[in-house]
Design a binder for this molecule. Structure first.
Ligand SMILES: [Fe+2]
Ligand SMILES: [Fe+2]
Length: 154
């Protein structure tokens, strides 16, 4: 498995969870799924910054790479802010659903840019071996991250 497939797998997993949440009309279940989404997104964004983005930055000092990474980190911050808002609202209410829609939109947009633009740039900068190593690194980093305010759901 290389970093591209690893990241893609995480993205598909979160997209499926977001669809699942929207298909359900029971706030207790929505809350449980949302906790999972929060955990997955937090771990993913943090580990991605520490491995994939870092490797890209190290592989090139070109301004367009730097700009892309800055933009991607801003996207992550926006996603974190939306999640923080959602933690403090009652799950399933109209305001919550509206913000959740914004979160889904932000994630979908970011994922698309990452998989299209960033992956294309990365494939030119990173060797196949590096791409494989980065997948292992990202998995390892995820195991070491502790997400505040998250208690096990099961
Ligand atoms: Fe990602
Ligand atoms: Fe990302």
């Amino acid at each position: 498995m290389d970093i591209y497939n690893y990241i893609r797998q995480d993205h598909r997993n979160v997209a499926a969870l977001m669809d699942e949440l929207l298909s359900i009309n029971l706030s207790a279940v929505q809350e449980r799924i949302f906790r999972k989404i929060r955990l997955e997104l937090s771990l993913h964004a943090e580990a991605e910054e520490q491995t994939f983005y870092k490797a890209l930055r190290e592989a090139s000092e070109r301004a367009d790479i730097e700009d892309r990474i800055v933009q991607a980190r801003e996207d992550h911050d926006e996603i974190r802010d939306l999640m923080t808002f959602l933690i403090n609202e009652s799950v399933g209410g109209p305001r919550w659903m509206e913000k959740f829609g914004e979160l889904k939109h932000a994630v979908t947009h970011h994922v698309k840019e990452e998989e299209v633009e960033m992956f294309a740039k990365a494939r030119r900068l990173l060797s196949d071996e590096q791409a494989k190593q980065l997948a292992r690194d990202m998995a390892k980093v995820k195991q070491t991250i502790r997400v505040p305010e998250h208690e096990p759901t099961e």
